[in-house]
Ligand binder design. Structure first.
Ligand SMILES: Nc1ncnc2c1ncn2[C@@H]1O[C@H](COP(=O)(O)OP(=O)(O)OP(=O)(O)O)[C@@H](O)[C@H]1O
Length: 236
């Protein structure tokens, strides 16, 4: 369970998040949507303890992420890139992260298999394509078999087969009882994947609920999104 309550973050003189409040529940995929610069990544960084809010709390299963002893078991995160040093092979990177969290080498081979990188495990991360880097980042997130997944634009850089694979993977993860929170600005993709939707614009939550509640009287999620963000043509 992810519980975000009253998050406010100021950078310099700009308030980039204003009392952001929402939750993401186990067994469900929650889509976190917003135009460019709306505050999605900023919210996810606060949730992962990479930045600190001036006001508010962001909890994973009742505690801040950084307060968990073995965080990889609680939550797996995919932000920008793979997180691997360019000169490290995919397998060496995963073994290093696994060791730091007391996880086995056997688990490294499992996650390589899950994300389809077994054949490339001996290649250096710096030689990976964008899609392969995303897969390696996801493999890292999955190392601890976490009950919560936090993914920033997970399908960026994936080819059509990879997008389909990711969709199925996220749905299966939720079906197994995991909490899945993913940010995106790809409406069609989210309409296929998300159970719940939160829309943020200008650092404020402007809509939230089940997919059906958020779409409501609008023909599609994209129409609802553009109406909530008053974004017809402004940021696309
Ligand atoms: N390092 C930074 N320094 C100053 N301002 C920042 C920084 N990172 C983000 N911001 C500002 O915070 C606001 C929210 O940015 P954020 O990256 O969270 O948006 P986003 O919804 O993830 O956007 P996108 O869809 O473009 O990735 C923007 O106004 C941005 O300019």
């Amino acid at each position: 369970m992810i519980s975000i309550d009253g998050l406010t973050r100021v950078r310099g003189r700009t308030r980039i998040l204003h009392e952001v409040t929402f939750s993401a529940r186990p067994g469900r995929v929650t889509g976190f949507l917003g135009p460019n610069g709306a505050g999605k990544t900023s919210t996810l960084r606060l949730l992962l303890g990479l930045d600190r809010p001036q006001v508010g709390t962001a909890l994973i299963d009742g505690r801040p992420y950084a307060a968990w002893d073995r965080p990889l078991i609680v939550a797996g995160a995919l932000l920008d890139g793979s997180g691997a040093h360019r000169s490290r092979t995919a397998r060496a990177h995963l073994r290093w992260v696994a060791a730091s969290n007391g996880l086995s080498r056997a688990r490294v081979d499992q996650v390589l298999e899950i994300v389809g990188l077994t054949a490339d495990a001996g290649r250096r991360a710096g030689k990976f394509s964008l899609g392969m880097s995303r897969r390696l980042g996801l493999a890292t997130a999955l190392l601890g078999d976490p009950r919560v997944l936090i993914l920033d634009e997970p399908i960026n850089g994936l080819d059509p087969a990879g997008i389909r694979w990711m969709r199925t993977f996220l749905r299966d993860s939720a079906a197994q009882g995991r909490t899945v929170l993913l940010s995106s600005h790809l409406m069609g993709e989210l309409a296929e994947t998300a159970d719940d939707v939160v829309i943020i614009d200008g650092g404020r939550v402007v809509a939230g609920g089940t997919l059906a509640e958020v779409v409501a009287r609008h023909p599609t999620l994209e129409d609802a999104f553009l109406a909530y963000t008053a974004g017809e043509g402004s940021s696309w």
